[in-house]
Design a protein around this ligand. Sequence first.
Ligand SMILES: Cc1cc2nc3c(=O)[nH]c(=O)nc-3n(C[C@H](O)[C@H](O)[C@H](O)COP(=O)(O)OP(=O)(O)OC[C@H]3O[C@@H](n4cnc5c(N)ncnc54)[C@H](O)[C@@H]3O)c2cc1C
Length: 390
Amino acid sequence: MAHTADVIIIGGGVHGASLAFHLAQRGLKPLVLERKFVAAGATGRSSGLVRMHYDLRLECELVWKSFEYFRNWEDMVGGTCGFVRTGFIRIVQPQYEDALRANVAMQQELGIPTLLITADDVKRLAPYFEVGDFTYAAYEPESGYADPPTTAASLMDAARRMGATLKTGVQVTEILTDDSKVRGVRTADGTTYHAPLVVNAAGAWADRIASMVGLDLPFTTWSHDVMFIRRPKALGPTHPTVIDDIHEMYFRPEQGRLTLVGLESGNPLGEDPDTDTEHPHPGFVERAVDHICRRIPMMEEGSLHSAHRGYDGLSDDQRAIIGPAGPEGFWLNCGHSGTGFKIAPATGLSLAEWMVDGEPHTVDIRPFALSRFAEGRPLRAEHPYADIWR
Ligand SMILES: Cc1cc2nc3c(=O)[nH]c(=O)nc-3n(C[C@H](O)[C@H](O)[C@H](O)COP(=O)(O)OP(=O)(O)OC[C@H]3O[C@@H](n4cnc5c(N)ncnc54)[C@H](O)[C@@H]3O)c2cc1C
């Protein structure tokens, strides 16, 4: 039996699911091939932060448009994404406070609800934070976090209701081409699936898929550990979500009086993404405890709940790689560089527009094209901070 689809999407993470949703909404019949199960990769390990503070305007545009989905999920997608509003605080090193000010102004121009607040204001929002090492922070009262596996499953369910097909336990091993045009894919069990368009949304495995059509991505794998602490009761029922560059970490509340902590430093590059993700790297928990206790000394009375690791694809400029590349009909949606969850709704929408209409209308994502690297135009912010992952 011939298996055909309008578009084949390789990877059932949040980006594969979002693209399937938006293509199906436009009347196409996409087929998602996932080698394990939905959200088996980075999406299933993601910390799920949904905040709008980026230093690159384009990413702010994507996350601001995506936020409309997170806030109105039931109406716009159906089901739930598990969004929880916590408020979000962005702390940068003192030498970046001018950049912080400029970035807040740029985000306000886009309509993003954000403002500059003082360290005293932070103390009022979170009385148990140490605030002596910075003067200003950015504050987003509407931001928070969502549940990434639920988000991906919800997008995929909605896509299927509109005619998309999902096949799990199916590993793509070959891209079929003919006269420099994509014809479909072959999978590990020898089955062939035909489509004129194939999208590489394979997360940390995207370089392996790209190499099937002779593309060498400026890309490595990024490994990231996360821990959950049981908060001491004295800290109260919740706290804001925070990215804290001074202590090289981010943290957010999780249900059940837990706090999730991830570190910006010490994230090994180039590891095999098929490595065990049940356990963090040795030494991570000790470092993360040390960092969180510097911002919230009372956390010393907390206890470890659990920890895990995950893998994403990291591009050379730490920004996504999106757009057509290689043989005609082959598209990339990968290299999300450890921050791709929160932009998935608008990225899928803009990419679906690009693929179907010939250009993206919602957010012009064309600057994310692979060609930027060869052309010496990596994406750089006007008021940059240090690279996120050091
Ligand atoms: C620990 C961690 C914390 C993070 N925290 C945040 C955060 O707080 N906020 C945020 O915005 N982002 C965060 N990120 C980043 C974000 O989660 C990722 O950028 C995003 O989930 C990537 O989604 P994806 O669909 O591109 O990839 P993935 O979710 O990795 O999906 C790719 C899928 O492709 C499948 N696949 C691979 N090869 C094949 C093949 N040959 N055939 C078929 N299927 C294949 C895999 O099984 C996988 O399911 C985090 C990432 C990690 C790892």
